[in-house]
Design a protein around this ligand. Structure first.
Ligand code: SF4
Ligand code: SF4
Length: 123
């Protein structure tokens, strides 16, 4: 098993090798127009150990809507795989430096916004 797949499996708990590239996940994803590769293509790159997947926009465009996860005939939580790709980048760069105390009117923000700022687009 390649290093990248090992890390994705470790973080997501999903066996990326179970994916047989049917494309059902991508067919249901509402955000593919904005993505640079399709979700199933991202998984194919992970299977091959191709780290270029970590430089793609796709995991960051992913809205964690779980449509792909519901559609996958192999029972893969594709959203969790996208999350794992983001996690790997975040851990590599160590760029999470969000001081929530400095965000103005934080008490008025919905909880999901606070979670999102801690997870995405933080560099
Ligand atoms: S969880 Fe992400 S990849 Fe899956 S359908 Fe939603 S936006 Fe697309
Ligand atoms: S739906 Fe599942 S098996 Fe099909 S391409 Fe997507 S992840 Fe792979």
């Amino acid at each position: 098993m390649n290093e990248l797949a090992k890390r994705v499996i470790e973080i997501s708990g999903q066996n990326v090798y179970a994916c047989y590239q049917c494309g059902c996940c991508s067919a249901g994803c509402m955000f593919t127009e904005k993505m640079d590769i399709l979700p199933n293509q991202a998984i194919a790159l992970i299977q091959r150990g191709d780290k270029s997947v970590l430089e793609k926009e796709t995991p960051w465009i992913c809205a964690s809507c779980f449509v792909c996860t519901v559609r996958c005939p192999r029972g893969l939580d594709v959203a969790a795989i996208m999350e794992a790709l983001r996690e790997i980048k975040i851990r590599e760069r160590d760029f999470i430096r969000v001081d929530l105390r400095k965000i103005e009117n934080i008490e008025k923000l919905p909880q999901i916004a606070i979670t999102a700022v801690a997870q995405k687009f933080t560099w």
